[in-house]
Design a protein around this ligand. Structure first.
Ligand SMILES: [Zn+2]
Length: 329
């Protein structure tokens, strides 16, 4: 651990420090793997929901959203201590007999247990398909009602949620889950938080191992025209308005693999509905370098992305855009 000059309370904790702290509190054994899940001591956790990375020295709990490093763990374990007392406690732990065995030598040798991609895919698949199916028009359970209200506020109807096979996770922090289907093939899932506090930190949660670059979310097989949008929710807005030939590239720049998928599908015209901002414009410019016919979606002034569009606005922009598309046909 190094103490930064000037501020004794801002310092960098290493992965080894976290290993010592967790060993001290009995959360891990002597030879842990570098990435592991433990039962979170900061909420009523049953299944391990805290992810620990002993190389980075960071922890994050999916259940209660606490996160931090070795020092913060000690701080959370001892909420009654003041800063100075916590610091003293922290140093005491690092020097304690209980963690004596953790040395630079055996820390760097901690077992690397990483799931391979196939295993991660299976975990994601089982997780999504293991959740109960939801009928967003009818289901009245508390979880569904809460999510439905939230999505309605954001302009998404129960019909759309049914259409994209959304489900609820029973994880309060990330309550809604959407499957990412690439021409109908399950590629992973994305969860959306409904809580403002968590939204500030992280809006979307993707399954571990999900590969953005090799996924094109949407149905694009044998379509003459394909709309390209950035985010998953942008795509939902199009679906809600009856336009289903739309793919989300989950970023502003199309990857090489996504490009190849679209080219193989024999699409004739690309409509770029990437965001109406600097990145979206850059992304559109890039699309023009790889596809012969690219039409820019006719955004109304002040509308930044498809998520913001009302039904009326969408219809106006779509009509204008389709006129441009016809000229290209
Ligand atoms: Zn927790």
């Amino acid at each position: 651990m190094q103490i930064k000059e000037g501020n004794p309370y801002v310092f960098k904790c290493s992965g080894m420090d976290l290993q010592k702290v967790l060993l001290y509190y009995g959360h891990i054994e002597n030879n842990p793997s570098s990435e592991l899940k433990i039962v979170c001591p900061f909420h009523k956790d049953v299944n391990p929901s805290m992810i620990v990375d002993l190389q980075d020295g960071k922890f994050f709990c999916f259940g209660c959203n606490t996160f931090g490093d070795a020092y913060q763990f000690v701080h959370l374990m001892n909420p009654k201590l003041n800063d100075l007392q916590t610091l003293q406690k922290y140093f005491k732990i690092l020097k304690s007999n209980k963690v004596r065995k953790v040395s630079e030598h055996n820390h760097t040798r901690i077992r690397k247990r990483r799931y391979d991609n196939k295993e991660l895919y299976n975990i994601a698949y089982d997780y999504y398909y293991g959740l109960s199916k939801v009928d967003w028009m009818k289901d009245e359970s508390d979880e569904v009602t809460l999510c439905r209200q939230y999505m309605l506020q954001r302009g998404f109807t129960p019909y759309t949620l049914n259409k994209c096979h959304a489900k609820v996770t029973y994880n309060k922090s990330y309550a809604i889950i959407f499957p990412m289907l690439d021409n109908g093939m399950f590629k992973g899932w994305v969860c959306r938080t409904t809580l403002p506090d968590i939204e500030k930190k992280r809006k979307y949660l993707y399954n571990e191992g999900f590969s953005r670059a090799t996924t094109l979310v949407g149905d694009y097989e044998n379509q003459d025209i394909v709309f390209v949008v950035e985010g998953y929710m942008d795509r939902l807005k199009f679906i809600q308005n009856g336009v289903e030939n739309v793919v989300a590239i989950l970023g502003w720049k199309m990857s090489y693999e996504q490009e190849m998928k679209l080219k193989k599908s024999n699409v004739k015209i690309i409509v770029s509905a990437l965001d109406n901002d600097t990145c979206g414009k850059k992304g559109t410019k890039y699309l023009r370098t790889i596809f012969r016919k690219v039409v820019r979606f006719c955004y109304l002034k002040g509308i930044k992305d498809p998520g913001e569009m009302s039904e009326e606005q969408f219809k106006m922009m779509h009509k204008k855009t389709m006129n441009k598309v016809k000229q290209q046909m």
